[in-house]
Design a protein around this ligand. Sequence first.
Ligand SMILES: Nc1ncnc2c1ncn2[C@@H]1O[C@H](COP(=O)(O)OP(=O)(O)O)[C@@H](O)[C@H]1O
Ligand SMILES: [Mg+2]
Length: 301
Amino acid sequence: MDTVLKINGLTKRYGKITALDNLDLEVKRGNVFGILGPNGSGKTTTLGILLEVINQTSGEFEWFGAPSNQNTRKRIGAILEHPIFYPYLTGVQNLRIVCDIKEVPYSRVEECIKQVGLDERKDSKFKTYSLGMKQRLSIASALLCDPEVMILDEPTNGLDPQGIAEIRDLIIEIANSGKTIIIASHLLDEVQKVCTHFCVLQRGKLIHTGLVEDVGKGDMLVEVKADTEDLQTVLEASGMSSNIKRELDKYTMTMVNGYSAAEINKYLFEKGITAKHLVVKTKSLEKQFLEILAEQEGGKS
Ligand SMILES: Nc1ncnc2c1ncn2[C@@H]1O[C@H](COP(=O)(O)OP(=O)(O)O)[C@@H](O)[C@H]1O
Ligand SMILES: [Mg+2]
């Protein structure tokens, strides 16, 4: 699989604040890659560096196997912040201005407006657009030069539930059209609904990368206590758990093949063992991430 983006040891400091700390990352062609993290974790900083609007303190990155240059920049479409459109001009007129700047033929305007579902309102003034429509116009604007990669920073921020659902569907559609997408979000739910791959940033540090489909999985760890000498042997024989370890007066184990704590309890009971204590300990990745995402940047809300 082609590597679209490779990041090596990227670091950004603002005085004493390390906004991004030695980030390594790889995005392959066709990935819908989520950068997930709470506010202040370094997502926008990362995207800003990748788009060369922020200078890194150290580290490097390559787009399409080469250092960023005029040619690579043309292959990337981005929405960093709410772009500035002219309020008294229509959607079409605004996009034509973008065409002039990007040297793209006007014929792209209608196509892109259709693609984002703004057809019916294309001749309305920008100032009459809902927030969701404004966001769709900026996505259309990023699509004008038919980029291979789309970068979206918190694309559903501020939208109502219907607007959120529409933008997410649109992102999935764009991904299905074969583009690689990199999307920053503080919402696990969003990453789970839209992305194929993701990483998690916490205070500028990469703490996880993986497949979105693995998020719900995670090992379930169970603790058991019982007054019997042969608990370990019985647990081993059950075939429901692995990695059984003794810790002081209790045993910990990893449940296998989707067996539940209730099933192991029933099994022990059938073997004449009454568990005094049976507790599920570890959280799935999902739970861990939700805790991280609930964190706020240095007391700010
Ligand atoms: N221009 C700046 N000057 C000083 N600190 C900044 C600046 N931009 C961002 N930061 C800090 O860098 C950290 C990461 O910010 P940011 O990348 O915007 O996070 P996110 O997009 O994940 O919310 C935060 O602590 C933020 O306060
Ligand atoms: Mg941000």
